[in-house]
Ligand binder design. Sequence first.
Ligand SMILES: [Zn+2]
Length: 404
Amino acid sequence: MKGRFPLSTCALAITALFSIFTLSEETKTYSASQQAKNIAKETIIVDGHIDVPYRVKEKWVDVTKATEGGDFDYPRAVEGGLNAPFMSIYVPASLDNSPESTQLAHELIDSVEAIVARAPDKFAIAKSPSQVKTQFEKGLISLPMGMENGSPIQGDLANLNDFYERGIRYITLAHSQANHISDSSYDLRRKWKGLSPFGKTLVTEMNNIGIMLDISHVSDDAFYQVIEITKTPVIASHSSLRRFTPGFERNMDDDMIKALGKNGGVIMINFGSSFVTKAAGQWRTGLTNARKALIEKEGEDSPKLATFDEDYRKKVPYPYSTLDEVLDHIDHVVKLVGVDHVGIGSDYDGVGDSLPIGLKDVASFPNLVQGLLDRGYERQDIEKILSGNLLRVWQQVEDYAAAH
Ligand SMILES: [Zn+2]
């Protein structure tokens, strides 16, 4: 969940007409061969992070049927061959240190259960890698759950236990600000210089109970402290590579990837363009600065603020990244630490209108497979990227907890 950049199709058409750059990029198409479509269909595809619960909370839609807009619904998931999208139980940092954060997390879990209850012939909750596999064989889409922001734990291990029982299988320790567990990459105050004392205890407790540690969003110091303490591999549920986005601490640098590889963990690549290319990140900074300037000039209640993002996009076309640029991230992880440590964490329904050309929604996974085939990946390596690596880590985490 990163905030949204609404843009009507009409505005997009106007933008395209006035910008040769946008026109050529927009008309570049990707298509998948029958072979790629077959691989997407026959292989379990796990996505580390999809923001369906918060999308439904903000504006309810029935994702068991085709939906207008958004990046996920049942028909498109079937078309893309997606089998196990982790539903993000996202709690905004604004609710940190309040009972409301715990309440909201429970309500979002309820909303995932409601999706399954409405269409038990299409969806099922998954609480283990073996459930993902058996449900795949039955033709059901699994909805495992990960909690984005550890604030709902509220420093109480009884809450951790409750969330485990309800199906939470990873926790992103912090979101956009430091919470009672960890510092955040977006929050420069560095309150804890990494993890808080409770955060250090929580790492061990998550190992013992069998919840994966998600280091997306945390500061570099917090990442290294998690790696130091954990007895099991960790994941980055939706992060990309800092090498391609210099200075963007939300992404991982090469040394961190190497440490993650040694730990046996997996980085699941975020598709949002500002995670993929420097140009998209700079566009976002430009937007933020322009909005600040407007507020300074005209005040918080300027009528222009309502359509500000849309108007800005008309003036400065958004530099969408491409499927090829996403593949560069995957290639670089493979080059650094091998093919066992990379997966997919699209952030669909969480990054607004910023998705790459060729990867616009969950129906696009065959394009990704085609891209991997074109770059010479063997089928067994493609299967590792699509799910094998994440399922391996999840199994290791489950096994460790069973033995402790
Ligand atoms: Zn996120």
